[in-house]
Design a protein around this ligand. Structure first.
Ligand SMILES: [Zn+2]
Length: 471
């Protein structure tokens, strides 16, 4: 029997009323989200809010609410809960400068000058060994190591960067990944034309990806001609990509630039139109007052690498002065070969303020909160990603870490910033979430086959040593 049309309309109305009343009732008005509850939530938001008994609500890859636990639990029904009683919940750390595939060269040649290390050892070792397979395995090892120290985003400069991107994406990490431009035949691209073509394809492929930001990375002013630098910058600007470069990282670079360009490295790059709000300069050690003014005006992000600068004895970046000039200064490991040799960002957090203090002979040179800022929100600003990451705020990507506080080095705690800066270690990081996905839970990596990466690193060690006549 056919239902009269009028009855069907009534049915629809009844259903609508039922649905609305359900939504208006207590249970129905709760939105569902993944919740991290019971921890001390250190947001690094604009007012540096900290919630002693806090919670973070995540929907998809985004944070939808942060605040006191009772408020968040009243508004959100938990789809999945991570209980973090007595633990710290922080934004994921940002490693603003590294070369991840170089994990496979870790410890190959240390205790030499940067110039010797590059030209006598690393460039020849790379020519003989760096293939796409090398880059993939080096990246797998590096993502495992970085996740273990609470890194959720890293900026990289290397070759076969598309392979770095694929491995980074597979591990669920966020990356600003720069394909190297350099004025000699590189392991992947043998000419400047090939570098440009490879990088353009690389930029096109990753446009709009939620995790991967592809970028051109002209190595430095001492390895790239004016044309190479300008070509890389033009390509970046065509695709609204960042530009990664080593900037004023050694005294020789500064001296040669004055001699050859009649300007400091910063002023030379400004003169040829490369500096802008999309540039991320690694190191920025030799930057005088005039340079710092230009870097601030052009909104260039700078990344300080304390371990690397100390290990190669490059010099000390004027971090307090750069911060005072309004420059966004992030933190990086550099390395991992020849200039660190690990990817432990918590070690950099520990070293950065100690290096500043001893250099200035003042314990006030840089404080604990400033250092946590450099590892999080200022690191995001240095990468020009502060709208996306760097703090726990509604609308930002759900990149966060849970740090356990039950080890002897973690107690007692009077000041949370001091604890993170001076007492906690990478081994205290328990759980890591990137874009809402748990990539490490209770110290167990979820997205990388760590054992396979370690075994392969040992295999590569033999191969590399043999290629250099070390065996
Ligand atoms: Zn570097």
């Amino acid at each position: 029997m056919r239902t009269p049309k009028v009855w069907r309309m009534v049915d629809v109305q009844v259903l609508l009323v039922l649905l609305l009343s359900l939504l208006a009732s207590g249970q129905g008005s709760k939105r569902s989200a993944d919740l991290i509850v019971n921890g001390m939530v250190v947001t690094m938001d604009g007012s540096r809010s900290i919630y002693d008994d806090g919670a973070v609500a995540i929907a998809g890859d985004t944070i939808v609410a942060v605040g006191p636990r009772v408020e968040i639990e009243a508004g959100y029904g938990a789809r999945q809960t991570i209980d973090a009683p007595g633990k710290l919940v922080l934004p994921g750390f940002i490693n603003g400068h590294t070369h991840v595939p170089m994990t496979l060269f870790r410890g190959l040649h240390d205790d030499v000058t940067l110039n010797d290390w590059l030209y006598k050892y690393i460039f020849p070792a790379e020519a003989k060994n760096v293939t796409e397979d090398f880059v993939r395995w080096g990246t797998r090892l590096a993502v495992a190591e970085q996740i273990r120290s609470g890194v959720t985003t890293f900026a990289d400069m290397y070759y076969f960067e598309d392979a770095v991107a694929e491995e980074t994406k597979a591990a669920g990490m966020r990356g600003v990944l720069g394909e190297t431009f350099i004025d000699f035949p590189a392991p992947d691209n043998k000419s400047n034309a090939a570098m440009l073509a490879y990088t353009e394809k690389f930029l096109q492929k990753w446009q709009g990806d939620p995790l991967i930001h592809a970028a051109p990375a002209p190595h430095s002013i001492y390895t790239c001609s004016k044309k190479t630098l300008q070509d890389a910058a033009a390509l970046a600007r065509k695709y609204h990509a960042p530009i990664l470069i080593h900037l004023s990282e050694m005294k020789k670079e500064w001296d040669d630039s004055l001699k050859n360009n009649g300007a400091s490295p910063v002023q030379y790059l400004d003169k040829i139109g490369v500096l802008g709000p999309d540039v991320v300069g690694a190191h920025c050690i030799f930057v005088d007052e005039a340079d710092r003014k230009i870097l601030a005006q052009r909104n260039v992000g700078c990344v300080h690498n304390p371990s690397s600068n100390m290990m190669i004895a490059s010099g000390v970046a004027p971090v307090p002065e750069m911060r005072a000039a309004g420059i966004a200064v992030g933190l990086g490991t550099d390395g991992p070969a020849g200039s660190n040799n690990d990817l432990d960002l918590m070690e950099e957090i520990d070293l950065v303020e100690k290096l500043a203090k001893i250099t200035k002979m003042s314990p006030r040179a840089l404080n604990a909160q400033a250092v946590v800022e450099m590892a999080t929100i200022d690191g995001a600003r240095a990468l020009h990603m502060e709208k996306e990451i760097g703090s726990l705020e509604k609308g930002k990507k759900a990149d966060l870490i849970v740090i356990g506080m039950d080890e002897p080095n973690a107690v007692p705690m009077y000041d949370v910033y001091a604890q993170v800066a001076y007492a906690l270690k990478a081994s205290d990081v328990e759980t890591v979430i990137i874009g809402g996905r748990v990539v490490m839970r209770d110290h167990k990596l979820q997205t990388v086959d760590e054992a396979a990466a370690i075994a392969k690193a040992r295999e590569y060690q033999k191969r590399i040593a043999a290629s250099l006549g070390m065996q």
